[in-house]
Write a protein that binds this ligand. Structure first.
Ligand code: HEC
Ligand code: HEC
Length: 272
């Protein structure tokens, strides 16, 4: 509001005294309030965590990457003060985003890093996005053999994956986190197995099926006839075992280096 007034006054002054030496107070009103700068050490810690866990989906500058949204202008991020709202998103995960087990302090460091970007600013490099196929396919192949081949094969389940997903960005998003990538990824017909739950009641009865939701007090699931069931939980009664088919992918997420990601994508686009 203050800036608007200054701006308006500046204009009026200019209009009334055009020949006067121009030193108008033309301070553009910022669309978004700026935050006071955070402790640089804290921002650095946040940057390190962010770089490993978030960059490939939300971009190095948090303005969106392969799949993830622009965080800078997300209302949750804008309302977040010290990581408290971001922490909730991390704990709960989102459609297309895995859950992360960070402490409140780590979430606060990540938040400090994300908040260090100007909301109204933009990164000039964003205007000409470089191709994401910048890696070395040969090294990518070696990496695939070492890391992925125990579960996948480019002559078996991932046969012709580079033609089936002929958009490199979507391909990268798909191998990084299968099942994410939105409607276009869904239209590829990849079959991502659901999360299931095995339940053993106190009297030894075995139940379970496709998990609907689980927390400390309740577990609910759909059985093989798609009928929904719910049980209350009391510690280890009933016994609940969750099977997350994509758990290995989630665990891998934090092990990739940027070059691994680039090399592997460069390799997979050649798998025609
Ligand atoms: C595999 C990709 C992926 C990774 C990794 C990922 N995100 Fe996300 N994230 C998403 C997607 C997709 C959404 C949007 C989901 C939706 O529309 O509800 C999202 C949403 C969010 C939101 C909410 C934004 C909003 O509009 O409400 C926040 C905050 C966020 N992510 C932070 C992070 C942080 C911090 C990390 C790293 C610790 C991270 N994400 C890692 C994909 C990812
Ligand atoms: C421990 C096993 C495991 C490892 C290691 C693994 N994945 Fe997966 N991956 C899965 C499972 C399970 C799915 C879900 C779909 C399925 O069952 O094929 C999947 C799905 C995928 C998909 C989606 C394709 C489709 O047809 O559904 C791609 C692409 C993929 N993984 C690539 C990779 C790459 C690249 C690596 C190495 C960086 C890797 N995976 C490592 C188990 C694994």
């Amino acid at each position: 509001m203050k800036y608007f007034l200054l701006f308006a006054c500046g204009l009026t002054v200019l209009a009334q005294q055009p020949p006067a030496p121009a030193k108008p107070v033309v301070r553009r009103p910022s669309a978004f309030p700026e935050r006071p700068p955070a402790d640089p050490a804290k921002v650095d810690r946040g940057k390190a965590i962010y770089g490993v866990n978030c960059t490939f989906c939300h971009g190095a500058d948090a303005r969106g990457g392969s799949g993830g949204t622009n965080l800078i202008r997300a209302s949750i991020v804008m309302s977040d003060r010290d990581g408290e709202l971001i922490h909730t998103v991390l704990k709960e995960g989102r459609e297309g985003m895995p859950k992360f087990n960070f402490t409140a302090e780590q979430a606060s460091d990540i938040a400090a890093f994300i908040h260090s970007f100007k909301v109204g600013g933009y990164d000039i490099s964003r205007m000409t996005p470089p191709s994401i196929v910048t890696g070395d396919a040969k090294q990518g192949e070696a990496y695939f053999q070492k890391t992925c081949a125990k579960c996948h094969s480019v002559t078996g389940d991932l046969k012709a994956i580079g033609s089936r997903i002929d958009d490199a960005k979507l391909l990268q998003q798909t191998w990084l986190m299968p099942g994410t990538g939105g409607a276009r990824a869904a239209s590829l017909g990849l079959k991502i197995p659901p999360v299931t739950v095995d339940i053993t009641t106190a009297d030894g009865k075995k139940l379970g099926g496709r998990l609907e939701r689980v927390d400390d007090f309740l577990v609910s699931w759909f059985d093989s006839k798609n009928v929904r069931h719910t049980l209350t939980r009391d510690g280890d009664n009933p016994k609940v075992v969750i099977n997350e088919p994509l758990a290995p992918h989630k665990a891998l997420l934090s092990t990739y280096r940027d070059e691994d990601i680039h090399n592997l994508t460069a390799y997979l686009v050649t798998v025609k």
